[in-house]
Design a protein around this ligand. Structure first.
Ligand code: TRP
Ligand code: ZN
Length: 915
């Protein structure tokens, strides 16, 4: 039943709906076992499309009644559709009644229960699991919602918009029930519907917009979690202020609610006026949340709030346009976080973190089995396309608009976008057109069609840059060449529009003025717009051989090969005015060494020049601690793997570990000094300066404990244990714990036990406890496979459960997704484990299962014996007959990515026939 329903949906097949639903009146009689839903809708034929039957979506529902204009009508049910063949031509009232079973709903899509309360998740296609509907984003209706439920179990009843009335229900002999009636004045697609019912409490704050209008902000959580909502509330207020200041976008509702829930498939959801959050993206206190958690919460609260305009007021015509709202909203939340960070250095650290994330998740996606354009052409399960490409590459595409038209031009474009499309469901083309039309003659407008290839071509473009200096003529000629490798289904690609921000430095690190041949302007920095396969640029009056600083601020989501020597990279690391490229130069120096060792199969040996350069960074009197930490952190193993045609995860890990051990030893005294210099004696605040200092202190401590493992020193492990015990905040406590768990098995055990005992009643902290153990790096010389064995053992821990997505992710995803060396084992045990867990999760929650399935996206580039073993495991999952459409799509794509490997058995059969 599950399987046969998977069909491929194509973007080119889009058709407007045959009917519009203008208003919806919903009544819920909430009961965990069987909830009764009554829906009354005003429906209207769309005369612009061919006359056809009314087809409503519905899944896992029990249909009780169908009335049109108060009379029963004949209908059919086919698969997941309710079909009414003879719907009237004139506008009509449709009334439906059905039930659903929230407490049996483990998918966390539709209406479900968590911790005894009711919650909904409707994006993308969850509303059809609540009632029959035209569950597509271009059908927008005005909702009125009545909730009825037991008053003592569910004292709080929430839905979108404004509360119209509430009170006790005078039902025959039963006064235990109450009701609340909500009305949302803004037409919205069904995916933005939400309800919450339960025993919750709220932090409240009244705020005024610039126009002087007062609003009520509320953050609802379980009793006992209220103290952990202050940071979320502050983030919400800051988001409101920022969106009005930067984009002139005010809050449009009297009341804005945010609710936390422990069982949730992703981070959070932007339901109109009623955002629902994974508690992991909402709750924070210094004792239980790290600096990273604080900053993640700030950006997710902002992200969901910003959706109110980019997503809700203007929504998507169809799900292929997902990046219209997601790419744009990620861009907005990234800009917000940078503006909140303040200093140029703190802004750069934000940008670096975003780019690291893009490279760790989106680049591999773009070169694997699931590679797809920012605007995909087809899908079978839309939930599989809430991807790093749609979100993070989508955000980079929006950033390039801003780079091409300037910040003010982009703001004008946004205004025109809302002027034209407020209240509509539109496409990425509409967005592009608005930005271009607001900026006639701009670098964007004159090549808009070519720019839009960013939406249609998958894959990460490669840009090669080579410069030639002519000392006699004092010219510097820079030649840029672009190439976009083939991706599944896309062999031929056209050149893309690539803004390349650059500057030139002298060998001593001084800024050299830029003047293009034929131009009159002299600049310190410039944006070149590469649009052909190859273009050359001649700079004049260049007085000495320059060091080019290219793709500053990561001005386009490409892989850059600038061919720079170590000496040139060292100049950039020490002197570049662009902090991003300074960091990048350090990463490149490390990467070159790690790749050299991996490619040659020889043990890594760091040279004095490199160690000297990183020592200079660590000792630098002016650089911020946060920047030092991010610069001294080696490139991630997934990103390193991206640079290789054949990936041996063990070889990569060995090189990274060797680099760490050598950096730990060579910089011992500097780590000690950095640790001491970055102690914070005052109370905890999560601001960029103090969180940067804690990050650097934690890195230093990890290095010192790692080094103690080689020297036999007992002082630093002892200090780490003491710091773990006495820590005043979670950032320091977890930092010390992870240093011990990584490199000091003897002290790690009592520390882990103590940590569990301290926090056993706090689910989010216990998630960290599991995650830390799942992510523990394997160490040369330790009992090999210690982490894998530990994870297997923890699967039996009484606190472990597959049913809660946060918990499942904390242990299983930590190993399979974030710990390559522990996962990719020569004995294939990691892959066997993966297959087991994908299947077990799929029976409970297909969305979570298919995320785990994605771990094998790049199996095809693995070295042997990993590659063959991975393929076996994928086939094992594929052999299961009743996989969810979610997992089936991922697995089929993985298998299709090596046609030769997978059709191998079929080939001889064809040959035999031919004979
Ligand atoms: N639209 C949400 C966001 O990015 C995320 C989202 C999409 C989601 N589908 C979901 C969240 C399913 C939870 C479950 O803000
Ligand atoms: Zn979003």
């Amino acid at each position: 039943m599950r399987e046969g329903t998977a069909t491929l949906i194509r973007r080119e097949d889009y058709q407007a709906p045959a009917f519009w639903i203008r208003t919806v009146d919903l009544t819920f009689d909430l009961d965990p076992a069987k909830t009764l839903v009554t829906a009354r809708m005003q429906v209207e034929r769309n005369t612009a499309v061919a006359h056809s039957a009314l087809r409503l979506h519905g899944e896992e529902l029990n249909l009780l009644r169908v009335l049109i204009n108060g009379e029963s009508v004949s209908f059919r049910q086919e698969g997941h559709e309710l079909i009414i063949d003879n719907a009237p031509d004139a506008d009509f009232a449709l009334e439906l009644r059905n039930t659903c079973a929230p407490e049996k709903n483990t998918t966390l899509s539709g209406l479900y229960t968590s911790g005894g309360s009711f919650f909904t998740q409707c994006e993308a296609e969850g509303f059809r699991r609540i009632t029959y509907f035209l569950d597509r984003p271009d059908v927008m209706a005005i909702y009125t919602v009545t909730l009825r439920a037991d008053k003592s179990k569910y004292p709080v009843l929430l839905s979108n918009g404004n509360l119209l009335e509430s009170g006790d229900l005078e039902e025959a002999g039963n006064k235990a029930r109450h009701f609340a009636k909500w009305h949302d004045p803004f037409p919205k697609p069904s995916y933005l519907f939400a309800l919450v019912a339960g025993d919750l409490v709220a932090r409240e704050q009244r705020v005024k917009t610039r126009a002087g209008k007062e609003h009520l902000l509320q953050v609802y959580v379980r009793r006992g979690d209220l103290e952990k909502t202050e940071h979320a509330m502050n983030s919400l207020i800051a988001s409101m202020v920022w969106d009005e200041a930067r984009f002139k976008l005010p809050l449009d509702l009297d009341r804005f609610m945010v609710v936390g829930v422990s069982d949730f498939n992703m981070g959070a959801m932007e339901n109109k006026g009623l955002n629902i959050f994974n508690t992991s993206a909402l709750l924070a206190s210094p004792a239980t949340a790290t600096d990273q958690d604080f900053s993640r919460i700030e950006s997710i609260v902002a992200h969901e709030y910003f959706h109110n305009w980019t997503g809700n007021r203007v929504t998507c015509r169809d799900w292929f346009q997902l990046s219209l709202k997601e790419g744009l909203t990620v861009f907005r939340d990234q800009e917000f976080s940078m503006d909140m960070a303040g200093s140029p250095s703190a802004r750069a650290v934000c940008r670096i973190a975003d780019v690291r994330q893009l490279r760790a998740a989106q680049f591999p996606e773009d070169s694997g089995a699931m590679a797809h354009p920012v605007r995909p052409d087809s899908y079978s399960e839309i939930n599989n396309f809430y991807t790093a490409t749609v979100y993070d590459k989508g955000s980079e595409v929006v950033r390039m608009y801003q780079t091409l038209v300037g910040r003010a031009g982009f703001e004008k474009g946004m205004s025109l976008y809302f002027e034209r499309h407020d209240g509509q469901a539109v496409t990425c083309d509409d967005f592009a057109q608005a930005i271009a039309d607001a900026n006639p003659g701009s670098a964007l407008s004159v090549r808009l069609d070519a720019f839009k290839r960013w939406y249609s071509q998958a894959g990460t473009p490669r840009v090669q840059a080579r410069g030639v200096y002519d000392a006699a003529a004092q010219t510097y000629t820079l030649t840029l060449t672009q190439h976009n490798p083939a991706t599944p289904g896309q062999d031929q690609k056209l050149p893309q529009v690539i803004p390349v921000a650059l500057g030139l430095l002298s060998q001593e690190g001084q800024v050299l003025p830029l003047q293009l041949q034929g131009a009159t302007e002299v600049l310190n920095e410039q944006v070149l717009v590469l649009e052909e396969a190859q273009q050359s640029y001649v700079f004049i009056h260049v007085t000495s051989e320059p060091v080019p600083s290219l793709l500053r601020g990561f001005s386009a989501p490409v892989v850059l090969d600038d061919g720079l020597s170590d000496a040139q990279l060292l100049v950039l690391l020490q002197h570049d005015v662009d902090a991003f490229n300074r960091w990048e130069a350090g990463q490149r120096l490390a990467l070159n060494r790690i790749l050299g060792a991996v490619r040659s199969g020889t043990p890594l040996q760091l040279d004095a020049a490199y160690l000297d350069a990183v020592r200079k960074v660590l000792r630098h009197p002016e650089l911020d601690a946060a920047f030092k930490e991010i610069t001294l952190t080696l490139p991630g193993e997934t990103y390193i793997a991206e640079q290789l045609d054949v990936v041996d995860p063990q070889a990569i890990h060995a090189a990274v570990e060797a680099a760490q051990v050598q950096m730990a030893a060579a910089l011992r005294d500097d780590w000690t000094a950095a640790f001491e210099a970055n102690q914070i004696k005052t109370g905890y605040t999560p601001d960029p300066v103090s969180s940067g200092r804690r990050a650097l202190a934690n890195l230093a401590l990890a290095m010192l404990v790692l080094d103690a493992r080689s020297t036999g020193d007992t002082v630093w492990p002892g200090r780490a244990y003491q710091r773990f015990k006495d820590a005043g905040n979670m950032t320091e406590r977890l930092g010390a714990l992870s240093a011990l768990v990584a490199a000091h098995a003897d002290l790690a055990e009592p520390a882990l036990a103590r940590f569990h005992e301290l926090f056993k009643d706090d689910a989010l902290v216990i998630d960290k406890w599991f995650a830390l153990q799942g992510r523990t790096p394997e160490l040369a010389g330790e009992k090999s496979g210690r982490t894998f064995a530990r994870v297997r053992q923890l699967m039996q821990h009484p606190d472990f459960t597959l049913k809660n997505p946060n918990r499942a992710r904390s242990l299983i995803f930590s190993l399979c997704m974030f710990n390559p060396a522990a996962f990719h084992r020569a004995d294939a045990a990691g892959y066997v484990f993966w297959a087991e867990q994908v299947l077990a999760l799929d029976a409970i929650n297909p969305q979570v299962a298919s995320r785990l399935a994605r771990v094998m996206d790049r199996w095809n580039v693995l070295a042997e014996p990993y590659r063959s073993a991975a393929l076996l495991a994928i086939r094992r999952v594929s052999a299961k007959p009743d996989l969810s459409p979610d997992v089936r799509e991922i697995i089929s794509r993985a298998l299709a990515s090596a046609p030769d490997a997978d059709t191998a058995p079929a080939a001889p059969a064809v040959a035999t026939q031919a004979v």
